[in-house]
Structures are given as C-alpha cells and as structure tokens.
Design a protein around this ligand. Sequence first.
Ligand code: SAM
Length: 222
Amino acid sequence: MSNAGTTADAAARMERMYRWQRHLYDLSRKYYLWGRDRLVDELDVRPDETLLEIGCGTARNLIAIARRYPGTKLFGLDASQSMLDVARAKVGAAGLDERIGLAFGLAGEGSERRLFDRPNGFDRIVFSYALSMIDDPEAAITSAHAALAPAGRLHVVDFGLMERLPTPARWALMRWLASFHVHPTDAPRATLARLVAETGAPLTRQELAGGYARLMHYGPTN
Ligand SMILES: C[S@@+](CC[C@H](N)C(=O)[O-])C[C@H]1O[C@@H](n2cnc3c(N)ncnc32)[C@H](O)[C@@H]1O
C-alpha cells in the first residue's frame, strides 16, 4: 500500500502530522522505532566522510551519529518545517551547528546535492523510518542512489512486513500505523535488490524482532 498524493501534498501532510506531534516525538518514538541505535552503531562512518539523512525529523539520529563519529560532516533534509524547527533547536543546543546542516526538501526529487551544495554527492545516505511514510519509496531510493559519491552506501531502517505476527495483531498494528501515514511495504527491499542487480554492490539485510523492523545496508564496505 502506498500513500496517495503529489509531492506538494506530502509536505502539507507531514506538516499537519507533525505540527503538534513534534513536541512528543522523541519521547514517544523511542518505544517503537526500533533499530535506530543499531543502525548508528553499524554505520562505521570515517571522520572524513559525509552523511545525509533523508527524512531526518528532529535530528535525533544525526546528533547521535555526530557524537559517535567525530569529524564527520552531516546533513538532514525533511518535508516538515515543524520537525526542522525542532531539529535546528536541538542541533544548536548540542553545539553541532558547524557539523550538521539542515534543509527543507522532499525525497525523490533529485535535489539532494543541490540543496546542500555538495556536487560530489554524499558518502552515506540514511533513511530511518522515513520510507514507510514516503509516497514513492522506489523514487526516493533511486534519487538517493544518484546522490551518492562513488563507492557511497545507503542505509535503511524501517518497519518490516510483520509477517510472523498473528493475523489479527498484524492487522491491528498496520491499521494503527496507517493512522500516522505509515505504510510498510516491500518496495525498499525490492528497490535495493534491483540496484544490486544493476551495480553488483553488496546488500546486507537483518530482520529485527521477528520482522517488526528491517535494517539494510547497500554498497561496498570500508
Ligand atoms: C517517522 S519520522 C522519522 C524521523 C527520523 N528519521 C527518526 O528516525 O527519528 C519520518 C520523517 O520523514 C519525513 N518525511 C515524510 N515524507 C517525506 C518526504 N516525502 N520527503 C522528505 N521527508 C519526508 C517526515 O516529515 C518525518 O520527519
């Protein structure tokens, strides 16, 4: 299932969604957006590398990455100005203005390099619980892939398809997620598999908590 609508609708939808929720976002999401810290642990970013998070939200991950990997230069784009307002305040409070650049933008539009004036692209691009909210996850991943520097890597953590849950529990969970405009699909895995077939680069996949979440790393390892 995909979200319906145009990219302009997507920005308006995210703004409606997060205008008030941003105040509770970090506190509430830590209980159900599983695997984000594991993704940060597994990034293994070198000090000279650049990393972009698409759908960075409140910059929760970017701040964790900046602290974990000193010397890296980080960027975040998001479709919600309200989330970016929170992100800017948090990045400033953490004293990370020099290391984390933030911008309003939509996934899948091919604007990643231009938005941050990075003509050579990014060494790493992360999607953390964003693809399940993005109307066209295939376009988002394809655009991100085009924004990678040579030998760059894509990293994804998101809801899985929860196939091992009993049907009523799966149905209830999917319905609850849909009320937050979250629609887990197999499109991210299928798109990364297509990139593997085209480029020969490796893909690693881990199912977390019995398929509740999925962690994928695409591209050559250091
Ligand atoms: C569930 S939050 C995840 C935030 C953050 N990545 C994290 O792990 O805490 C999803 C974020 O994706 C953003 N988003 C949704 N659709 C988007 C799109 N089409 N382009 C860019 N960002 C989008 C939302 O505004 C929101 O901040």
